[in-house]
Ligand binder design. Structure first.
Ligand code: NAP
Length: 265
């Protein structure tokens, strides 16, 4: 596809969606924005071959995938955080994004290039780069899985533990070193066992330290746990990897790590 002739159907124009679509527009792509109330007639039309860039949050993904069930998966781009398969099962030949920027209101920081894998990855990463957003395509599935685990462990730290301890990220990294080491170690082990690739706790910790300097002020929250710490606890149970730190943090906010995930599409 010629970048200047591309068009995206942006489903969910929130923080991530508007940043990605903005870069694509700077690269010459057109955009149709699909909100909860409008644009769905176009998005659901199988004859429209434009990529569907799905920028909704994790808990809204199942409903969106259901509405797009007639659209070939090759046209879908998913950018949600977390271990999506843990809730949604095999997603088929979609394009996946690991978003490595933080966007919150006027705040915007690129932590490292965002990574894409799947049929539209090269086209998308190239267009985003043209639109001044750092992005790269990954061509090997195993490497994507490794990168997904690094990002997944990152999300298991930059979230739930901060909420449980009531601290910002900088304070957590400095003052909770023992828990941090145990959390990254068991999370990397559980996810590695589940996806059949090898990421060590040290690699996950190094990634975390290298990418978080601009966002030490972040306070996290207990959100999307079924896709994050809850998914890691389930992976651990399925593969005989103990996850005591995830279990304790989840229980502290009233989430039972033995609960089944919410239903996928
Ligand atoms: N923000 C970041 O810095 C960041 C970084 C990396 C990854 N992520 C991940 O990116 C994903 C999106 O996060 P976000 O921060 O961009 O969330 P967000 O700002 O809440 O944006 C999500 C948008 O999707 C819309 N939406 C929900 N259901 C929809 C539907 N059925 N049809 C059309 N639009 C719908 C929401 O509309 P309503 O307002 O009506 O709900 C909202 O505008 C999450 O998985 C998040 O973890 C975010």
């Amino acid at each position: 596809m010629n970048h200047s002739q591309g068009k995206t159907l942006l489903i969910g124009a929130g923080e991530v969606g508007r940043r990605l679509a903005g870069a694509l527009e700077r690269a010459g792509w057109g955009r149709v924005t699909v909100s909860r109330e409008s644009g769905w007639d176009v998005a659901e039309r199988a004859s429209d071959e434009a990529p569907r860039l799905i920028g909704v949050r994790e808990h809204d993904l199942a409903a969106v995938l259901e509405r797009l069930s007639q659209i070939p998966r090759e046209r879908l781009i998913l950018v949600q955080n977390g271990f999506l398969e843990a809730v949604h099962g095999d997603l088929g030949p979609v394009t996946r994004g690991l978003i490595w920027f933080t966007s919150k209101g006027d705040f915007f920081a690129e932590l490292t290039p965002s990574l894409f894998f799947g049929p539209l990855a090269v086209t998308l990463a190239s267009a985003l780069s043209s639109g001044a957003l750092r992005a790269a395509a990954i061509d090997e599935r195993e490497e994507f899985l490794r990168q997904m685990i690094l990002k997944g462990v990152w999300n298991a730290v930059v979230g739930l533990p901060l909420a449980v301890h009531g601290v910002d990220l900088g304070t957590y990294l400095e003052s909770h070193a023992e828990e941090l080491h145990a959390l990254t170690g068991e999370s990397a082990a559980a996810a590695s066992a589940h996806y059949g690739v090898s990421v060590s706790g040290e690699q996950a910790l190094a990634c975390l330290r290298e990418t978080t300097t601009p966002i030490h002020w972040v306070r996290g929250g207990a959100k999307a746990l079924a896709w994050r710490n809850g998914a890691l606890a389930r992976f651990g149970r399925a593969h005989g990897v103990a996850t005591p730190v995830n279990d304790r943090l989840l229980r502290a906010v009233g989430y039972d790590p033995d609960d089944p995930p919410p239903p996928g599409p």
